[in-house]
Structure formats: C-alpha cells, structure tokens
Ligand binder design. Structure first.
Ligand code: NAG
Ligand code: NAG
Length: 400
C-alpha cells in the first residue's frame, strides 16, 4: 500500500471533547432535552428489534474503513470513517465556511425535512461543538437532530429518528481525506451511533477488516462473536478518555521472545491500550515500544533505512515481508492474538522498504491497537458483558 507521509501518524488518535463556546451556552439544558427525545426515539426502535439486526456496508479507503449511512429525508448517503475511538457522528454541511475538499456531494440540511437544530443559550441560539484531534486537526460546527438510516437483516431499513449529529462547517487538518464525508463515532459515549440506537442494542458491534474491498459492520444480535477459536478480553472505561474501549495488553511476543508489560510503566490492570477502528497503526509508549523494536532488530538481518514516511518507524530495505518475525499480542484473560505479518509490517511507497507498523508514542499519549493490526479478525465489542472478542477469520472470504 502506498503511504502519504504525514497521514498515518496523525490520524485520529482521538482526543475528543466538546467545547461549547461560552459558559453561557449551558450544554446542560440541551442534554436534558436530548435525553427526552432519545428515550422517545428508542422506544419506537425497540419494536424494530424483532425485525432483525442493523448493519451497514463499509468500504476500505487507503487507511480507513468508511461506513455508509443515510441521513435526512429524503435519505442522503454519506460515507464516513468508522471510528470506535470517538463519539460524535458528524458530516460536512452546506453552506460551508471552511470545509475540506470532499469528493462526494456535501449534505445540504435545507433539503431535508427532518433536520432540526436545537436551541442553546448562545447569542445565536446554536449548539456549537468543536473536536480537536491529536494532530491539531479540528472539526467545528453545530449539533442537530436528524434521521439516520442504515440497513437491517429484516430487509426493512433501520431508522433512527432524531439522532444527534454534528453538522460540520469549519474543518481543517491533513487527516481529513476527500473520500470521507465525516466520522461515525462508535465509542461508548452517549452521542455515538451505538449509544443512540437505544436500549435494545446494548453496545454490540462487530466488524471484520480485510484491508481491501467492501465489508459489513453489524449491530445487535448479529454482532455477537462466539464459537470455536474465539478469544475474549475485558474492556475498561477511563474517565479521562470518555467512551474509549480500553483493553489490557499483558505482553507482546516477537517470535519466541515474550516482552512483558509488568515491571514497566505501560503495565496496568484496568486498561492500558485503546482498541480503535479509526486509527490505522498501532502506538506504544516509547520505552516499551523500544523493547519491542529491539526484539525485532535482533531477528532481522536486512539493512536499516530511515522511515521514508517520516513517522520514525523501524524500517529495512527488503523485497519481502518474510524477513520479519511473527508478532503475538497477549491481552489479559488469555486472549493471545497471533498476528499475520501484514498486520504488523507494511511496505512503503513503491516497495523495497518494509517497516514495523508500530509507532512509539510520548508516554502521555494513549496507546492504540489500530485497524491494520485488527485485519483478519472478526472483532466483537460487547458493552453489556464488557468484553472484546476476536476470532481469526479470512475477512475477504467472509464478505465475498
Ligand atoms: C414520541 O414523540 C412523538 C412526537 O413528539 C409523540 O407524538 C409520541 O406520543 C411520543 N411517543 C412516546 C412513546 O412518548
Ligand atoms: C474555523 O475555526 C478556527 C479554529 O477554531 C478559527 O480560528 C477560524 O476563525 C474558524 N473559521 C471560520 C471561517 O469560522
């Protein structure tokens, strides 16, 4: 795959927060209003449950998985980044003040009969939000309620009336690519798509990423991952990173060398790494990361080369990925994921260079288990049992 230089490192290591522009904007009153709407909306969705499991089509785009959904009345299709590492569902809206270049047509709220803007105590009564990502990319706009529609296994569309979305009109940052119309947040936060589905869908999500082509993200009963070969690990929540799915990584094996986190600052019992569908690569804190790199260096005899993508990855001249050792991630509870070489190593630009797809982070930044490392696992999130499950799967075969 090709690698645009800065794109990878920066993208969506998400620090999500809502910044209501003035203290007078009082998100509080707004929230109460929304809870009321949501309980009403979700009660109508419960009757849909018997009808089947909601799902959406997804498409791989270079580093990201885009999820197709329809917003508004009449329905308007958008493709937005499928992101378990953030909360809000947002799309660029007309008229734009400062939108990034978007290939598909931009959503025009004035053409939708179900678009509503709640009132907040701001001078213009809008409810502004702003999300800033780690790389200083930002998206800024106003919150609105709108009908969101995806598929259902019943064949009847799964309709979510009065879903809170962000209508985004001022976005900037190299992380936003023309192929996507925004982001679909799937975290445990209350504004995420999964949270707004209502009580009948208690946080079940599953996907199977193939690194190419099209696939499906499932919700509800169809998203339960169980059976032979499935391993599970506990998910944790942290107040500092609202809604993120934290897991406990006990150790990483590089070939036969097992590198424990215990005894290092990376070690934790209540979650030390975020599983994130919206971040392409994997991030470890620098000291632990260096120990993993050292173990790789001990095995690989090819010549080193500076990372051509300038993300400071560990890279070698090589025409083949076979020079590298197999990496196994040991999550707590015995969830050992033996990763394919593709998951952990990547060929850069025009070939001839392969790199370890793990980036060393500043220890104050969050460690991330990114989407490439999750390729060819059916991954299931179950927020009611607090488990994330993995089933080794040929995902391309599953979707064809
Ligand atoms: C939901 O809201 C609609 C429209 O405001 C209202 O007519 C209906 O009675 C509400 N349903 C419930 C169950 O509260
Ligand atoms: C867009 O947002 C940035 C950052 O908050 C701000 O500096 C800029 O003035 C905004 N631009 C417009 C056109 O509102």
């Amino acid at each position: 795959m090709s690698l645009a230089t800065t794109m990878i490192a920066i993208f969506l290591q998400i620090i999500t927060y809502f910044l209501f522009t003035t203290t007078a904007s009082s998100p509080h009153g707004f929230t109460i209003d929304l809870i009321h709407r949501r309980s009403n909306a979700s009660s109508s969705r419960v009757s849909n449950t018997q009808a089947g499991s909601p799902y959406a089509d997804t498409v791989f785009d270079t580093y990201e998985y885009l999820m197709k959904l329809q917003i508004g009345t009449p329905p308007f299709e958008i493709e937005a980044i499928l992101d378990t590492g953030s909360e809000l569902i947002w799309t660029q809206c007309l008229p734009c003040l400062h939108c990034y270049d978007q290939k598909a047509p931009i959503f025009d709220p004035s053409k939708s009969s179900t678009f509503k803007e709640p009132r907040c105590k701001t001078p213009d009564q809008s409810c502004p939000y702003k999300i800033v990502y780690d790389d200083k990319s930002y998206t800024q706009g106003t919150l609105a309620t709108e009908t969101v529609t995806i598929h259902s296994t019943s064949g009847v569309p799964f309709v979510m009336p009065e879903t809170i979305i962000g209508c985004s009109r001022n976005n900037s940052g190299s992380g936003f690519r023309p192929s996507s119309s925004g982001i679909v947040g799937l975290s445990r936060g209350s504004l995420s798509l999964i949270s707004q589905m209502g009580g009948a869908y208690p946080g079940f999500i599953s996907y199977c990423f193939a690194g190419k082509g099209t696939s499906t993200i499932n919700f509800g009963a169809n998203a339960i991952v169980a059976g032979d070969g499935v391993v599970s690990t506990t998910m944790f929540a942290k107040t500092a990173k609202r809604g993120h799915y934290y897991l406990n990584l006990d150790a990483v094996s590089v070939g036969d060398t097992r590198i424990e986190t215990v005894g290092t600052p990376f070690h934790a019992l209540n979650g030390n790494i975020v599983i994130d569908s919206g971040t392409p690569l994997t991030y470890f804190p620098v000291s632990y990361c260096n120990r993993v790199r050292k173990a790789v260096k001990r095995v690989v005899t090819a010549n080193r080369v500076a990372d051509p993508s300038r993300n400071d990855m560990l890279c070698y001249y090589s025409n083949t990925i076979e020079i590298f050792p197999v990496i196994t991630m040991h999550f707590s509870g015995g969830a050992d994921l033996v990763l394919d070489k593709y998951n952990m190593y990547m060929e850069l630009n025009r070939g001839g260079v392969f790199c370890l797809a793990i980036i060393c982070n500043n220890p104050t930044q969050v460690a991330i288990f990114g989407n490439r490392a999750q390729n060819n696992f059916l991954v299931g999130y179950d927020s009611s049992s607090l488990l994330v499950s993995f089933s080794p799967t040929d995902c391309s075969a599953l979707w064809n």
